[in-house]
Design a protein around this ligand. Structure first.
Ligand code: SF4
Length: 253
């Protein structure tokens, strides 16, 4: 099953859970001969129905966004906020359905990126920050690029050298972070207007949620040698993202 379908399936199961809960509680209420005009009964019914309607709408919008349909930017943003609230529940449901967390995270980052790409940007290069994990540097390399990426000698053995080239070409800020805490500190100190974050599914999801006030475009790293070890980047994807934030067309370089 495609990841998008797994995500929608988890959301649908979540809504079915709320529907069952709603029906079950109403069944108990009717059995106890409680007056249905009781304030609490009405309040309970309204709240539950609202939750069910909101999740159903989020399912529909998420499905359309993921299928690449043209949707109003405000609706995509609102949907992302709802998905953010539902996210912990979706993760619990997906675990029960034995859907790998990373499959759900991928779709979450995808929904986030769709919202960013639905917006218009025309930023200066210095307002764009590229943040990448330390594991893209080859494990045998002795140069300390976490202090300053310019320490890289551009030997061509890993993508750090490619990022240095992008930094020189576009003048964007590029940082290599050793972990989430340092990444957050770098963002706070440099105050970019947008971040292009390169990481695994888990780190991207938590990073996007942590700095929810800042647009964070997520790009997944490739892990041919397993997690957190000699990882790789699709440099073209990164360059397209820089170009997009500078006001260019995502697909044209
Ligand atoms: S490209 Fe830079 S960081 Fe990567 S191995 Fe070569 S010198 Fe080290």
């Amino acid at each position: 099953m495609a990841n998008e379908n797994k995500f929608i399936y988890s959301m649908f199961t979540l809504v079915m859970f709320f529907v069952s809960l709603y029906m079950g509680i109403n069944y108990i209420i009717s059995g106890k001969n409680i007056n249905v005009t009781n304030f609490f009964v009405i309040f309970f019914n309204v709240i539950f129905l609202l939750i069910i309607i909101v999740i159903l709408l989020a399912i529909i919008v998420s499905y359309l966004v993921l299928k690449g349909k043209k949707i109003n930017k405000t609706i995509i943003k609102l949907n992302l906020k709802i998905v953010n609230i539902l996210y912990p529940f979706i993760i619990v449901i997906s675990k029960l359905l034995k859907i790998p967390k990373n499959d759900i995270r991928k779709v979450y980052v995808n929904l986030n990126n769709k919202y960013i790409y639905a917006s218009d940007y025309n930023l200066k290069a210095e307002d764009i920050m590229l943040l990448t994990p330390h594991c893209i540097q080859k494990s045998f390399c002795k140069y300390k690029v976490t202090n300053d990426i310019k320490n890289c000698r551009q030997c061509g053995k890993c993508n750090v050298g490619d990022l240095v080239k992008l930094k020189q070409k576009y003048k964007v800020k590029v940082f290599v972070a050793t972990g989430g805490t340092l990444a957050r500190r770098i963002i706070m100190e440099n105050k970019p207007k947008v971040v292009i974050a390169i990481a695994c599914e888990r780190d991207l999801t938590s990073g996007i949620q942590d700095v929810s006030k800042l647009p964070v475009l997520g790009i997944f790293n490739k892990r041919p040698n397993g997690p957190c070890f000699d990882t790789e980047i699709d440099i073209l994807e990164v360059e397209k993202a820089i170009n997009f934030f500078l006001g260019g067309d995502y697909n044209v370089l």
